[in-house]
Write a protein that binds this ligand. Structure first.
Ligand code: SAH
Length: 216
């Protein structure tokens, strides 16, 4: 049903080389990207775009993140097999697939009902089975907390307190924070109950909506 041809595998390897050139080093991240068939997230007419290092519209005004962005955030999370990970912004589900390939247990939450329904039915057809939730992820997922790792895949105006509250000791939160157009990538670790913050490059995500996000 989902073809993964020689050509597509070749394009994927090329993408992995490109990500290496751009500075991604974690072999486990690169090998996850090498294994997840990104082209199945694209309509036939758009297949040629699947392995370019670009974000792409997936309908509902949302996007599948740029491979470099997915790789960057994932690398910064220092994923270990068995990690319990919360993803905010399921979108296409591509990022969730990468985390699952790395052996994480993935809880993913989406605020757009249609996208939630679509991805919840599509991903298992590829063999990827995160736990899907519908709702406002700017408040985290208190019922399933704490999490070893939290990844926010939409641009936030501030770091929601709910998210740092729901981090386990030793846990890592990666979140782009800024205005609607541009955000700086922040990594926050909880060490002995204290929050330790690091700042990385700028990125451009779609806005995080909801109570602790942009209220339209
Ligand atoms: N991780 C996705 C990319 C997501 S784009 C992927 O791999 O394809 C950002 C997503 O965040 C969009 O689908 C958007 O609907 C969702 N979103 C925005 N605000 C949200 C919120 N408060 N809670 C959960 N999801 C949210």
């Amino acid at each position: 049903m989902f073809e993964d041809s020689y050509k597509q595998r070749g394009l994927r390897q090329k993408l992995v080389r490109k990500l290496t050139e751009k500075g991604i080093k974690d072999e486990r991240v690169l090998s996850a990207i090498n294994r997840v068939p990104r082209h199945v997230f694209f309509e036939n007419a758009l297949l040629e775009h699947a392995y370019q290092d670009k974000a792409f519209p997936i309908g509902e005004g949302q996007t599948i993140s740029q491979p470099y962005t997915v790789a960057f955030q994932t690398e910064k999370l220092e994923i270990k097999p068995g990690d319990k990970v919360l993803e905010i912004g399921t979108g296409s589900g591509y990022q969730a697939c990468i985390l699952l390939e790395m052996g994480a247990k993935v809880y993913t939450i989406e605020y757009n009902r249609k996208l939630y329904e679509l991805t919840r039915s599509f991903l298992p057809q590829l063999g990827y089975k995160p736990y899907f939730f519908y709702g406002d992820g700017s408040k985290g997922l208190p019922a399933k907390a704490p999490f070893d790792k939290i990844i926010v895949t939409a641009g936030a105006p501030v770091v929601p307190a709910a998210l740092t509250d729901q981090l386990a000791e030793g846990g890592i939160l990666i979140i782009p924070v800024g205005n609607r157009e541009k955000q700086v990538m922040l990594r926050i670790r909880k060490l002995n109950g204290e929050l330790v913050k690091e700042e990385f490059d700028n990125f451009a995500f779609v806005p995080l909506l909801g109570e602790e996000g942009w209220r339209k």
